[in-house]
Design a protein around this ligand. Structure first.
Ligand SMILES: NC(=O)c1ccc[n+]([C@@H]2O[C@H](COP(=O)([O-])OP(=O)(O)OC[C@H]3O[C@@H](n4cnc5c(N)ncnc54)[C@H](OP(=O)(O)O)[C@@H]3O)[C@@H](O)[C@H]2O)c1
Length: 234
């Protein structure tokens, strides 16, 4: 990794679960952090007095995301690493899913990623470097009963990522897409059903996958990482 890649890591959803573990791993590697999420407290807990900024905002709010991006640019210039990890899940049969809930998942998991990347990419392109780690899911490639809104948001994100990958060719900005299976994070807390956390991927393993991609020889781009429970999908 070049020195310029030790710049700021912008992590949405940095206050818990996968985003928090990735943020911590990047801080240990010397990256200052810019952490986005709606609640300030958990973001501060992740930062734990380290170098960086907490930028409480809702990723569905284009203006709030643009403001956060401007704060990042004022302090550090272009983002070096971007991890759009803010997201949420819901489980219900399609016909019992309210239009509001459907929209909420699409707005957060898909449009929220679009808004963050749209705000940060111009400076990254100008700098000619940077690395984006979108957090997709096994549910970006498979259907699971009760997960229609979530699957729609993640399959949509997979389409966005596929197009963006092509747009970035030659720009110097890299993209490694992560496809975790069931991961033991607070995302499962309010979901109906019995979920055995002990069978799930620990969030730190998703962070380890990011580190693996960063550590590859610069000649080589790890384009996608798929990881899931060793015993199969839950
Ligand atoms: N856990 C899994 O099994 C799994 C598997 C594959 C992929 N993923 C994906 O991994 C990502 C991280 O999820 P996680 O498992 O780590 O869940 P998590 O612990 O619930 O973290 C999600 C984070 O997103 C933030 N967030 C939610 N809505 C937001 C909004 N509108 N604006 C800003 N921040 C928002 C939450 O903070 P606030 O509530 O404070 O805003 C929270 O910190 C998600 O995209 C999820 O779909 C998870």
């Amino acid at each position: 990794m070049t020195n310029e890649m030790r710049g700021v890591a912008v992590v949405s959803g940095g206050g818990s679960g996968i985003g928090r573990e990735i943020a911590r791993a990047l801080a240990r590697r010397g990256h200052p952090l810019a952490l986005l999420g709606r609640r300030q407290g958990p973001l501060e807990e992740t930062l734990a007095g380290g170098e960086g900024l907490v930028l409480p905002c809702d990723v569905r709010d284009a203006e709030a995301v643009a403001t956060a991006a401007r704060q990042v640019e004022r302090r550090w210039g272009a983002a070096s690493l971007v991890v759009p990890a803010a997201g949420l899940a819901a489980i219900s049969p399609l016909e019992e899913t309210s239009p509001e809930r459907f929209r909420e998942l699409l707005d957060t998991n898909l449009t929220g990623v679009f808004l963050l990347l749209r705000a940060l990419l111009p400076a990254m392109r100008r700098q000619g470097s940077g690395w984006i780690f979108p957090i997709l899911s096994t549910a970006a490639q498979r259907g699971f009963p009760g997960w229609s809104a979530y699957c729609a948001s993640k399959w949509g994100l997979a389409g966005l990522v596929a197009a963006l990958r092509e747009e970035l060719r030659g720009s110097g900005v890299r993209l490694t897409a992560l496809y975790p299976g069931a991961t033991a994070s607070p995302l499962w807390d309010d979901l109906p059903g019995e979920w055995n956390r002990a069978l799930m991927v620990p969030p730190r393993e998703v962070a380890r996958a990011v580190v693996h991609a960063l550590d590859a020889d610069p000649t080589t781009l790890v384009e996608e990482i798929h990881l899931g429970p060793a015993g199969g999908a839950l």
